[in-house]
Design a protein around this ligand. Structure first.
Ligand SMILES: Cc1cc2nc3c(=O)[nH]c(=O)nc-3n(C[C@H](O)[C@H](O)[C@H](O)COP(=O)(O)OP(=O)(O)OC[C@H]3O[C@@H](n4cnc5c(N)ncnc54)[C@H](O)[C@@H]3O)c2cc1C
Length: 275
Protein backbone atom coordinates (compact mmCIF):
# COMPACT_ATOMS: atom_id res chain seq x y z
CA UNK A 1 0.00 0.00 0.00
CA UNK A 2 1.15 3.53 -0.66
CA UNK A 3 1.99 6.08 2.05
CA UNK A 4 -1.17 8.00 1.21
CA UNK A 5 -3.40 4.93 1.53
CA UNK A 6 -1.86 4.13 4.93
CA UNK A 7 -2.34 7.74 6.09
CA UNK A 8 -6.01 7.58 5.14
CA UNK A 9 -6.46 4.41 7.20
CA UNK A 10 -7.18 2.12 4.23
CA UNK A 11 -6.73 -1.59 4.98
CA UNK A 12 -6.06 -4.70 2.94
CA UNK A 13 -8.99 -6.89 3.92
CA UNK A 14 -7.09 -10.01 2.86
CA UNK A 15 -4.46 -9.19 5.54
CA UNK A 16 -6.67 -7.78 8.32
CA UNK A 17 -7.88 -9.80 11.34
CA UNK A 18 -11.32 -8.67 12.55
CA UNK A 19 -11.55 -8.16 16.33
CA UNK A 20 -15.35 -8.39 16.34
CA UNK A 21 -18.16 -9.04 13.87
CA UNK A 22 -17.80 -6.76 10.87
CA UNK A 23 -20.08 -5.83 8.03
CA UNK A 24 -18.39 -5.32 4.68
CA UNK A 25 -20.00 -3.44 1.85
CA UNK A 26 -18.62 -4.57 -1.49
CA UNK A 27 -19.28 -3.16 -4.93
CA UNK A 28 -19.64 -5.98 -7.41
CA UNK A 29 -18.23 -5.38 -10.86
CA UNK A 30 -20.09 -7.61 -13.27
CA UNK A 31 -18.04 -6.51 -16.29
CA UNK A 32 -14.69 -7.90 -15.11
CA UNK A 33 -16.14 -10.89 -13.21
CA UNK A 34 -17.24 -12.53 -16.45
CA UNK A 35 -13.74 -12.60 -17.92
CA UNK A 36 -11.66 -15.73 -17.48
CA UNK A 37 -8.16 -15.29 -16.04
CA UNK A 38 -5.66 -17.35 -18.02
CA UNK A 39 -1.99 -18.30 -17.91
CA UNK A 40 -0.62 -18.08 -21.45
CA UNK A 41 2.66 -18.17 -23.36
CA UNK A 42 3.37 -15.36 -25.83
CA UNK A 43 6.08 -14.28 -28.21
CA UNK A 44 7.66 -10.83 -28.36
CA UNK A 45 6.79 -9.90 -31.93
CA UNK A 46 8.01 -6.30 -31.97
CA UNK A 47 10.11 -4.02 -29.78
CA UNK A 48 10.30 -0.28 -30.31
CA UNK A 49 12.22 2.11 -28.12
CA UNK A 50 9.96 5.16 -28.20
CA UNK A 51 11.82 7.24 -25.58
CA UNK A 52 15.13 6.96 -23.76
CA UNK A 53 13.43 4.88 -21.03
CA UNK A 54 10.27 3.51 -22.65
CA UNK A 55 10.00 0.38 -24.80
CA UNK A 56 6.81 -0.59 -26.58
CA UNK A 57 6.49 -4.38 -26.62
CA UNK A 58 4.07 -6.22 -28.85
CA UNK A 59 3.15 -9.70 -27.65
CA UNK A 60 1.73 -12.32 -29.99
CA UNK A 61 -0.56 -14.91 -28.43
CA UNK A 62 -0.99 -18.54 -29.55
CA UNK A 63 -3.44 -18.61 -32.48
CA UNK A 64 -5.49 -21.33 -30.76
CA UNK A 65 -6.04 -19.27 -27.60
CA UNK A 66 -8.60 -16.58 -27.02
CA UNK A 67 -7.65 -13.85 -24.55
CA UNK A 68 -10.37 -11.44 -23.44
CA UNK A 69 -9.83 -8.30 -21.38
CA UNK A 70 -11.34 -4.91 -20.75
CA UNK A 71 -9.50 -1.83 -21.99
CA UNK A 72 -7.56 -0.56 -18.95
CA UNK A 73 -6.76 -3.96 -17.41
CA UNK A 74 -3.27 -5.42 -16.91
CA UNK A 75 -1.35 -8.69 -17.03
CA UNK A 76 1.39 -10.15 -14.84
CA UNK A 77 4.49 -11.23 -16.75
CA UNK A 78 5.83 -14.33 -15.00
CA UNK A 79 9.55 -14.88 -15.14
CA UNK A 80 11.35 -18.25 -15.03
CA UNK A 81 11.99 -17.93 -11.28
CA UNK A 82 8.34 -17.13 -10.64
CA UNK A 83 8.74 -13.36 -10.09
CA UNK A 84 5.79 -11.39 -11.42
CA UNK A 85 5.69 -7.91 -12.91
CA UNK A 86 2.49 -6.06 -13.81
CA UNK A 87 1.99 -4.21 -17.11
CA UNK A 88 -1.16 -2.68 -18.54
CA UNK A 89 -2.41 -3.34 -22.04
CA UNK A 90 -2.08 -0.16 -24.10
CA UNK A 91 -4.40 -1.22 -26.92
CA UNK A 92 -8.09 -2.00 -26.89
CA UNK A 93 -9.08 -5.67 -27.10
CA UNK A 94 -9.73 -7.00 -30.59
CA UNK A 95 -9.97 -10.67 -31.58
CA UNK A 96 -6.62 -12.10 -32.66
CA UNK A 97 -4.77 -8.87 -31.98
CA UNK A 98 -1.38 -8.63 -30.30
CA UNK A 99 -1.03 -7.07 -26.85
CA UNK A 100 0.80 -3.74 -26.69
CA UNK A 101 2.73 -2.92 -23.50
CA UNK A 102 4.64 0.26 -22.60
CA UNK A 103 7.55 -0.71 -20.36
CA UNK A 104 9.44 1.98 -18.47
CA UNK A 105 13.05 1.19 -17.65
CA UNK A 106 13.37 1.17 -13.85
CA UNK A 107 17.10 1.55 -13.05
CA UNK A 108 18.33 -1.92 -11.99
CA UNK A 109 14.79 -3.21 -12.40
CA UNK A 110 14.81 -6.99 -12.62
CA UNK A 111 12.42 -7.27 -15.58
CA UNK A 112 12.62 -3.89 -17.31
CA UNK A 113 16.44 -4.00 -17.44
CA UNK A 114 16.12 -7.33 -19.22
CA UNK A 115 13.74 -5.71 -21.71
CA UNK A 116 16.25 -2.94 -22.43
CA UNK A 117 19.49 -4.94 -22.24
CA UNK A 118 18.93 -8.45 -23.57
CA UNK A 119 15.39 -9.10 -24.78
CA UNK A 120 15.04 -9.75 -28.50
CA UNK A 121 12.14 -10.04 -30.88
CA UNK A 122 10.84 -13.66 -31.00
CA UNK A 123 11.68 -14.25 -27.31
CA UNK A 124 9.08 -16.25 -25.41
CA UNK A 125 7.32 -14.96 -22.28
CA UNK A 126 4.58 -16.23 -20.01
CA UNK A 127 1.85 -14.15 -18.44
CA UNK A 128 -1.31 -14.37 -16.37
CA UNK A 129 -4.33 -12.12 -16.63
CA UNK A 130 -6.27 -10.05 -17.18
CA UNK A 131 -6.49 -8.36 -13.79
CA UNK A 132 -7.78 -5.10 -12.41
CA UNK A 133 -10.84 -2.92 -12.19
CA UNK A 134 -9.46 0.08 -14.07
CA UNK A 135 -11.86 0.34 -17.00
CA UNK A 136 -14.47 2.81 -18.21
CA UNK A 137 -17.72 2.65 -16.23
CA UNK A 138 -20.34 2.55 -18.95
CA UNK A 139 -23.25 3.26 -16.61
CA UNK A 140 -22.16 6.90 -16.41
CA UNK A 141 -22.48 9.83 -18.77
CA UNK A 142 -20.31 12.17 -16.70
CA UNK A 143 -17.49 14.04 -18.43
CA UNK A 144 -14.34 11.96 -17.89
CA UNK A 145 -10.99 13.41 -16.86
CA UNK A 146 -8.14 11.03 -17.71
CA UNK A 147 -4.90 11.58 -15.80
CA UNK A 148 -1.78 9.70 -16.93
CA UNK A 149 1.69 9.86 -15.40
CA UNK A 150 4.53 8.55 -17.63
CA UNK A 151 3.72 5.03 -18.86
CA UNK A 152 0.40 5.40 -17.03
CA UNK A 153 -0.61 6.50 -20.52
CA UNK A 154 -0.82 2.81 -21.52
CA UNK A 155 -4.17 1.81 -19.94
CA UNK A 156 -5.58 5.31 -20.49
CA UNK A 157 -4.81 5.02 -24.22
CA UNK A 158 -6.57 1.63 -24.36
CA UNK A 159 -9.57 2.97 -22.46
CA UNK A 160 -9.85 6.05 -24.69
CA UNK A 161 -9.45 4.07 -27.92
CA UNK A 162 -12.19 1.68 -26.78
CA UNK A 163 -14.54 4.55 -25.86
CA UNK A 164 -13.97 6.22 -29.24
CA UNK A 165 -14.48 2.92 -31.06
CA UNK A 166 -17.80 2.46 -29.22
CA UNK A 167 -18.72 6.11 -29.96
CA UNK A 168 -19.35 6.69 -26.23
CA UNK A 169 -21.16 10.06 -26.12
CA UNK A 170 -19.05 11.61 -23.33
CA UNK A 171 -16.29 14.16 -23.23
CA UNK A 172 -12.76 13.04 -22.36
CA UNK A 173 -10.05 15.42 -21.17
CA UNK A 174 -6.68 13.67 -21.12
CA UNK A 175 -3.90 15.19 -19.01
CA UNK A 176 -0.54 13.47 -19.59
CA UNK A 177 2.19 14.36 -17.13
CA UNK A 178 5.87 13.61 -17.75
CA UNK A 179 9.16 15.20 -16.77
CA UNK A 180 10.47 16.59 -20.05
CA UNK A 181 9.30 17.02 -23.64
CA UNK A 182 11.30 13.95 -24.72
CA UNK A 183 9.17 11.81 -22.38
CA UNK A 184 5.94 12.51 -24.31
CA UNK A 185 6.63 9.39 -26.33
CA UNK A 186 3.20 9.23 -28.03
CA UNK A 187 2.53 12.97 -28.23
CA UNK A 188 1.72 12.99 -31.96
CA UNK A 189 -0.58 10.00 -31.68
CA UNK A 190 -2.57 11.46 -28.77
CA UNK A 191 -2.72 14.87 -30.40
CA UNK A 192 -4.05 13.28 -33.61
CA UNK A 193 -6.75 11.47 -31.58
CA UNK A 194 -7.81 14.75 -30.00
CA UNK A 195 -7.84 16.56 -33.35
CA UNK A 196 -9.97 13.83 -34.92
CA UNK A 197 -12.61 13.80 -32.14
CA UNK A 198 -14.53 16.85 -30.93
CA UNK A 199 -15.17 15.19 -27.56
CA UNK A 200 -11.46 14.67 -26.77
CA UNK A 201 -9.15 17.33 -25.31
CA UNK A 202 -5.45 16.70 -24.70
CA UNK A 203 -3.27 18.62 -22.24
CA UNK A 204 0.38 17.52 -21.94
CA UNK A 205 2.10 18.72 -18.76
CA UNK A 206 5.85 18.87 -18.09
CA UNK A 207 7.17 18.87 -14.53
CA UNK A 208 10.73 19.86 -15.53
CA UNK A 209 10.83 22.73 -17.98
CA UNK A 210 14.18 24.30 -18.87
CA UNK A 211 14.99 27.97 -19.26
CA UNK A 212 15.08 27.78 -23.08
CA UNK A 213 11.41 28.76 -23.26
CA UNK A 214 10.81 26.17 -25.99
CA UNK A 215 7.85 24.65 -24.12
CA UNK A 216 4.75 26.81 -24.29
CA UNK A 217 2.38 24.23 -22.80
CA UNK A 218 1.42 23.51 -19.19
CA UNK A 219 4.05 22.90 -16.55
CA UNK A 220 4.11 21.62 -12.97
CA UNK A 221 2.62 18.41 -11.61
CA UNK A 222 -0.14 16.87 -13.68
CA UNK A 223 -2.73 16.89 -10.87
CA UNK A 224 -2.12 20.63 -10.41
CA UNK A 225 -2.92 21.18 -14.09
CA UNK A 226 -6.24 19.36 -13.60
CA UNK A 227 -7.04 21.65 -10.64
CA UNK A 228 -6.18 24.73 -12.71
CA UNK A 229 -8.68 23.65 -15.38
CA UNK A 230 -11.46 22.45 -13.05
CA UNK A 231 -12.57 24.40 -9.97
CA UNK A 232 -15.40 21.99 -9.26
CA UNK A 233 -15.11 18.25 -9.93
CA UNK A 234 -18.49 17.28 -8.47
CA UNK A 235 -20.04 16.35 -11.81
CA UNK A 236 -16.97 14.57 -13.23
CA UNK A 237 -15.44 11.14 -13.21
CA UNK A 238 -11.65 10.79 -12.94
CA UNK A 239 -9.55 7.91 -14.27
CA UNK A 240 -5.95 8.19 -13.08
CA UNK A 241 -2.99 5.94 -13.73
CA UNK A 242 0.68 6.37 -12.91
CA UNK A 243 3.19 6.41 -10.06
CA UNK A 244 1.87 6.10 -6.48
CA UNK A 245 2.79 9.71 -5.60
CA UNK A 246 0.63 10.99 -8.44
CA UNK A 247 -2.32 8.82 -7.41
CA UNK A 248 -1.98 9.92 -3.76
CA UNK A 249 -1.88 13.58 -4.79
CA UNK A 250 -4.93 13.13 -7.01
CA UNK A 251 -6.93 11.49 -4.21
CA UNK A 252 -5.90 14.05 -1.63
CA UNK A 253 -6.60 17.09 -3.79
CA UNK A 254 -9.47 16.12 -6.10
CA UNK A 255 -11.89 14.98 -3.39
CA UNK A 256 -11.84 18.37 -1.55
CA UNK A 257 -12.68 19.90 -4.96
CA UNK A 258 -15.95 17.99 -4.94
CA UNK A 259 -14.99 14.75 -6.72
CA UNK A 260 -17.17 11.88 -5.47
CA UNK A 261 -14.66 9.28 -4.15
CA UNK A 262 -16.81 6.61 -5.82
CA UNK A 263 -16.13 8.36 -9.12
CA UNK A 264 -12.35 8.23 -8.85
CA UNK A 265 -10.88 5.15 -10.55
CA UNK A 266 -7.16 4.48 -10.53
CA UNK A 267 -4.31 2.04 -10.99
CA UNK A 268 -1.26 2.93 -8.96
CA UNK A 269 1.94 1.65 -10.60
CA UNK A 270 3.34 0.18 -7.39
CA UNK A 271 6.56 -1.76 -7.78
CA UNK A 272 6.38 -5.50 -7.25
CA UNK A 273 7.17 -7.16 -3.92
CA UNK A 274 9.09 -10.39 -4.54
CA UNK A 275 8.48 -13.39 -2.25
C1 LIG B 1 -1.46 -2.70 -11.87
C2 LIG B 1 -0.10 -2.24 -12.34
C3 LIG B 1 0.08 -1.94 -13.68
C4 LIG B 1 1.33 -1.51 -14.13
N1 LIG B 1 1.49 -1.20 -15.45
C5 LIG B 1 2.68 -0.72 -15.88
C6 LIG B 1 2.87 -0.34 -17.26
O1 LIG B 1 1.96 -0.46 -18.10
N2 LIG B 1 4.08 0.16 -17.61
C7 LIG B 1 5.11 0.31 -16.71
O2 LIG B 1 6.19 0.79 -17.10
N3 LIG B 1 4.97 -0.05 -15.40
C8 LIG B 1 3.79 -0.57 -14.98
N4 LIG B 1 3.64 -0.92 -13.66
C9 LIG B 1 4.79 -0.79 -12.76
C10 LIG B 1 5.72 -2.00 -12.91
O3 LIG B 1 5.00 -3.20 -12.67
C11 LIG B 1 6.85 -1.86 -11.87
O4 LIG B 1 7.55 -0.68 -12.09
C12 LIG B 1 7.78 -3.06 -11.88
O5 LIG B 1 8.27 -3.21 -10.55
C13 LIG B 1 8.99 -2.93 -12.77
O6 LIG B 1 9.66 -4.17 -12.69
P1 LIG B 1 11.25 -4.30 -12.70
O7 LIG B 1 11.52 -5.76 -12.49
O8 LIG B 1 11.82 -3.66 -13.89
O9 LIG B 1 11.73 -3.47 -11.44
P2 LIG B 1 11.88 -4.03 -9.94
O10 LIG B 1 12.94 -5.09 -9.90
O11 LIG B 1 10.52 -4.42 -9.47
O12 LIG B 1 12.36 -2.73 -9.18
C14 LIG B 1 13.73 -2.44 -8.88
C15 LIG B 1 13.79 -1.29 -7.89
O13 LIG B 1 13.20 -0.12 -8.43
C16 LIG B 1 12.11 0.32 -7.63
N5 LIG B 1 10.99 0.63 -8.54
C17 LIG B 1 10.21 -0.26 -9.19
N6 LIG B 1 9.29 0.36 -9.95
C18 LIG B 1 9.50 1.67 -9.80
C19 LIG B 1 8.89 2.82 -10.34
N7 LIG B 1 7.83 2.73 -11.19
N8 LIG B 1 9.37 4.04 -9.98
C20 LIG B 1 10.41 4.14 -9.13
N9 LIG B 1 11.04 3.08 -8.57
C21 LIG B 1 10.59 1.86 -8.90
C22 LIG B 1 11.74 -0.85 -6.74
O14 LIG B 1 11.26 -0.39 -5.49
C23 LIG B 1 13.03 -1.58 -6.60
O15 LIG B 1 13.78 -1.05 -5.55
C24 LIG B 1 2.41 -1.38 -13.21
C25 LIG B 1 2.22 -1.71 -11.86
C26 LIG B 1 0.99 -2.14 -11.43
C27 LIG B 1 0.81 -2.49 -9.98
Amino acid sequence: MSEGELRRGDVLLCQARPLSNVEIEATELAASAEIQIKMLPCRVSRMEKVAHDVMVLNLKLPASQRFDYLAGQYIDIIMRDGRRRSFSMANRPQPGQELELHVRHVPNGYFSSRVFDSMKEKDLLRFQGPFGTFFLREDSDRPAILVAGGTGLAPIKALLEQALHNAVPRTFHLFWGVRQRRDLYFHDLVQALAEAHDNVTYTPVLSETDASGEWSGESGFVHEAVLRHYDDLSSHEVYACGPPVMIDAAREQFIPRGLDPERLFYDSFESAVDD
